[in-house]
Each structure stands twice: as C-alpha cells, then as structure tokens.
Design a protein around this ligand. Structure first.
Ligand code: NAD
Length: 282
C-alpha cells in the first residue's frame, strides 16, 4: 500500500519533530493531541522548524507554505482514519498507549501499520492490545528528530516481515537511517546509553569528579559530542529515570538500579533543560 498520509498521535517534542520530517518528505500529516491549545503550540514548533530549513537554504519559503498546508491537526481520534500509517508519540505511559492503540485499532483500516515511538515500553505488549499484532511495530526516532539520523525499528514477537519492511522503507523516505532491533527493554540505544548516564550520575554523587569534569572527560577522552550529564539534561531526568526503572524491573538485574541522586533530582523537579535546571543550569 502506498503511504501518502501519516497519522501522528501526540504533538509534543517528538510528535512535532516527526510531523516536520514527514512534511519535508512530501507526506500529508494528520496530527492528533488532547487540546486545541497543545495543537497550536505543536503547529508553532513545526512552523519554526521549517523556517530553519528555509534559512539553511534546504527549501524555499513557498515550499514551506505548501508543507504547512499539508498539516492538519485534530483533537478527535476518528479524524486519523484516512491515515495510511500511524506513529504514536504520546506520553511514555503504558495505560495511555493502551487506550490509544485500542482506539487506533478501531478507527483505522485493518491493513494500516500502527507504530509506537516508545523509548522503553514493550512493543509486544502494546501490539497485544490490538486485533492486528502483526501490524504493530516500534519506530523509535531520536531527539531532535529533524537532526538525528537514526530510527530504531523494533519487531515485537508478532510483528510481520511485511510490517518491518514497510517501516524500514518509510524511515528511509523520511531521510533517516533505520536499524533493526528486537523487543527487549530499552531496545539497543537506551539499553546502552541510559546505564552509562546512570554511571555518570553515580560518579558525580560519589565525588569522583564535578559535573563539568565528568562531561569534559567523556567529550575529550571518548569523543562523545556531549557529556553524559549534559545528555541527561537534554533527554529529561524524568525520562532517564523512567527508562532505568523499566530496565531494572524487566531485566531484574541490580546493575540497572537508578542512582539515588537521579531520584532526588527528579523529586525536586530538576528535570534538565525543560525546567532550566538539571546537572547544569540553563
Ligand atoms: P512530550 O511530553 O513532549 O509529548 C507527549 C504529547 O502526548 C503531549 O503533547 C501530550 O499532550 C500528548 N498526549 C498525551 N496523552 C495523549 C492522548 N491520549 N492522545 C493524544 N495525545 C496525547 O513527550 P515526548 O518527549 O514527545 O515523548 C513522546 C514519546 O516519544 C514517548 O513515548 C517517549 O518515550 C518517546 N521518545 C522520547 C524521546 C525524547 O528524547 N524526548 C526520544 C525518543 C522517544
């Protein structure tokens, strides 16, 4: 089936970014979120992101207008029915995603693939909510979506070859490099990245080095573009903690236990860039 229109559920950080790259790649986008106010903010983010594309000379101001013309926003799930492929990028909570996949399964044609951008929730478990578990897949974009090349494509236990192939193909048409992963907690990227971030927080808590020293060592000594504590601030400390809890509970190994300093920072509301304070101040 040819994909012309992408349905996106959730217009936050990730959903707005996915909408932008889809518009740039020529797709129509139906974006659904909870309120008109949230959708206005999401439209503003997409418009701002596309304006940067014009500034960088990637496309013209006229192209940008045409792209924005292909973006339709709605608060009604039923309005996503015409979508040929759906990416869910709502809040990282299984109960929320469960409700959304039940509705998507009800409103969207049976042949349509339903993908989740989840960072850590089992694709197999999400798929089992629907009557089309073979057409449910993980499509894990990275933040900021317009800049990051990778998309992890995750097969749940029941994901069909045709679904995986369609998802890999879509990721390429969005200008991304897809890499396949199997459905285990944290998939590949977060399984490796988030425990490294956690170890950096332990090093800070134990006084091995200051936040600046830890980040400098990893930038200059390991050639990472950004230190692990600055990365935690970018991802959001609440998101890092949520992923660690999933790794700890589902893999049952204490090596994934969240650092007490991370828990304390989240309790204090120091969530990183989005609140202006994390391991660094913004
Ligand atoms: P966010 O909080 O910025 O956005 C989530 C959006 O979902 C909000 O706009 C919220 O209103 C909306 N939402 C909540 N319930 C909804 C519902 N029932 N129907 C429609 N919309 C609903 O979060 P985010 O950072 O964009 O993350 C979204 C997803 O992407 C999560 O699953 C997250 O794990 C994953 N993810 C995040 C990152 C990241 O770096 N932030 C990276 C990769 C994947």
């Amino acid at each position: 089936m040819e994909i012309r229109t992408l349905g996106i559920v959730g217009g936050g950080t990730m959903g707005a970014g996915i909408a932008q790259v889809a518009l740039q790649a020529g797709y129509g986008v139906l974006l659904r979120d909870m309120s008109e106010g949230i959708l206005e903010v999401a439209r503003g983010k997409v418009a701002g992101g596309l304006a940067k594309g014009v500034e960088k000379g990637k496309f013209s101001a006229g192209d940008r207008e045409a792209m924005l013309g292909r973006l339709k926003t709605t608060t009604a799930m039923a309005d996503l029915a015409p979508a040929d492929f759906v990416v869910e990028a709502a809040t990282e909570n299984f109960e929320i995603k469960r409700g959304l996949f039940l509705e998507l399964d009800r409103f969207n044609r049976p042949e349509v693939v339903l993908a989740s951008n989840t960072s850590s929730i089992s694709i197999t478990k999400i798929a089992a909510v629907t009557k089309r578990p073979d057409r449910v897949v993980g499509m894990h974009f990275f933040n900021p979506v317009p800049l990051m090349a990778l998309v992890e494509v995750i097969r749940g236990l029941q994901t069909s070859d045709a679904t995986a192939t369609a998802t890999l193909e879509l990721a390429k048409r969005l200008g991304k490099t897809p890499v396949e992963a199997n459905d285990f907690p944290g998939f590949i990227a977060n399984r490796i990245l988030v425990p490294m971030v956690n170890e950096a927080i332990y090093a800070l808590m134990e006084g091995v080095g200051t936040a600046e020293a830890i980040d400098s060592v990893m930038r200059l000594g390991a050639n990472h573009p950004m230190g692990p504590l600055a990365l935690a601030d970018l991802i959001g400390l609440d998101v890092c903690l949520a992923v660690l809890k999933v790794l700890h509970e589902e893999l049952g190994d204490d090596k994934y236990r969240p650092c007490p300093l991370l828990v304390k920072m989240v309790d204090a509301g120091f969530l990183g860039r989005k609140t202006g304070r994390g391991f660094h101040t913004y």
